[in-house]
Design a binder for this molecule. Structure first.
Ligand code: GLV
Ligand code: MN
Ligand code: MN
Length: 423
């Protein structure tokens, strides 16, 4: 007879999980800073073989789908039921850390291993996914794999080019994927009973308050823009200050506008200009061309909508005063996403059952969960980030905190397994 699933029976093996995190972290770009493993890079390709093999060893039935998601299935007692899905990503930002994304993928695999070793089985299939390319990339399309599963990876995304003119679709093909199928392989609504993602918080709230578990309420929406500025090149020594059309100054002014607007957000709102280019790039020539890449984030859809319009208008007005022409292009927009209330409740009750403190927190970071939420009830579990640092090599979460997160993930999925319909 099958053993009964209790919260205690789902306690993960922290030492083994720590070893897995260390092993995956070996796959990094040797010339980039930190723990860099960017999508489509050689270390990413190599690490994915390790990840798939690791899923195989844990007893998952694995395949790689058209978009490059590594999918592992731990069969349930009743494979005809809508599945439980969990997972995250194993790509990193340039100069990133060892935990953002990896905790969710390796933690899910540890959960599958724990279940198998204890002779336990969910009623539903447990599907673990290492989603392809979650982080921002030069094509302006993050979360490539989860967008594909959710049916929101579009043909126009495949035509996006990087700085060298390479199209995303061609790069996917060269990576051994099938982009045309990736835009048409969406999972059917109803096929996923619920999706729960474990992730590091990437901010300081849980650590500051001494709370073990974050129950995510909503994932911030993200609007990304590229603004171009065209002025006039002139001699930097002879052109009077009031006779210039300095594109770089117009860009600088735009950057401050973008900052000011986020500082005025009524609830959580942030903005970042992460990149700037200007030409001709000489000491002694007034810059005639500049470009900036920036993003806005908030869990408040109304603010995001308004600020988008205001920023485009203010950038144009300020540049106009300098005789500089502007063009603002919105590269991507991802609306804020609410976590499903019933899934949040199951996570909170799982934490209570294990005896861990928890609190409701918003996510300022983007996640694959935001896309899967369009086809399935969704929830996220956060564990504390030391010093709130993330997207930097210093990113760190203690293995005991990660292990607690995996424990809550298992207990929450076990509760959802026997829940009729979490919508
Ligand atoms: C993903 O990590 C993001 O929030 O940029
Ligand atoms: Mn990240
Ligand atoms: Mn992440």
């Amino acid at each position: 007879m099958m053993a009964e699933i209790t919260a205690e029976s789902l306690r993960p093996n922290a030492e083994r999980l720590a070893a897995d995190l260390k092993a995956l972290a070996e796959y990094t770009d040797s010339v980039a800073p930190g723990w860099t493993r960017q999508v489509f890079s050689d270390p990413y390709r190599a690490s994915r073989q390790w990840t798939r093999h690791h899923m195989d060893e844990a007893g998952l039935e694995t395949h790689i789908d058209a978009a490059g998601n590594i999918v592992g299935v731990l069969p349930g007692r009743n494979p005809s039921l809508p599945v439980l899905m969990t997972g995250s990503h194993t790509d990193t930002v340039h100069g990133g850390g060892r935990f953002d994304g990896m905790v969710g993928v390796l933690g899910s695999i540890e959960l599958a291993r724990t279940l198998r070793e204890a002779g336990l089985q969910f009623e539903r299939d447990l599907v673990v996914v290492d989603f392809l390319g979650e982080e921002a990339n030069p094509y302006g399309i993050s979360c490539i794999g989860s967008r594909s599963i959710a049916g929101v990876l579009k043909p126009e995304h495949l035509d996006r080019t990087d700085h060298e003119g390479n199209k995303l679709g061609d790069v996917m093909t060269a990576f051994g994927l099938n982009p045309n199928q990736a835009i048409s392989q969406a999972w059917k609504p109803g096929s996923i009973h619920s999706y729960v993602e474990l992730h590091i918080e990437q901010g300081p709230l849980l650590e500051r308050r001494g709370t073990s578990i974050g129950v995510v309420t909503a994932i911030a929406g993200i609007d990304r823009l590229m603004a171009q500025f065209h002025g006039r090149p002139d001699h930097a020594g002879t052109t009077p200050m009031d006779g210039r059309q300095d594109a770089l100054l117009a860009a600088a002014s735009a950057i401050l506008t973008i900052e000011r607007e986020a500082c005025g957000a009524p609830i959580h709102g942030v903005s970042t200009t992460g990149r700037i280019e200007s030409s001709p790039g000489a000491f002694n020539i007034v810059p005639d061309d500049a470009k900036i890449w920036a993003e806005l984030r908030s869990i408040d859809p109304a603010w995001l909508g308004e600020v988008k319009m205001r920023i485009a208008q203010e950038i144009a007005e300020e540049a106009d005063k300098r005789g500089v022409h502007t063009m603002v292009e919105w590269l991507s927009d991802q609306a804020p996403v609410q976590a499903t209330k019933l899934v949040q409740d199951q996570i909170a009750q799982a934490a209570d059952a294990i005896g861990l403190s928890w609190e409701a927190v918003p996510s300022g970071a983007g996640h694959d969960a935001a896309h899967i939420a369009s086809i399935a009830p969704m929830g996220m579990i956060f564990v504390p980030s030391q010093g709130g640092r993330s997207h930097v090599p210093e990113e760190f979460t203690d293995i005991s905190d990660i292990s607690q997160g995996v424990h809550v993930l298992g207990a929450a999925l076990a509760r959802l397994d026997s829940t009729e319909n979490p919508r």
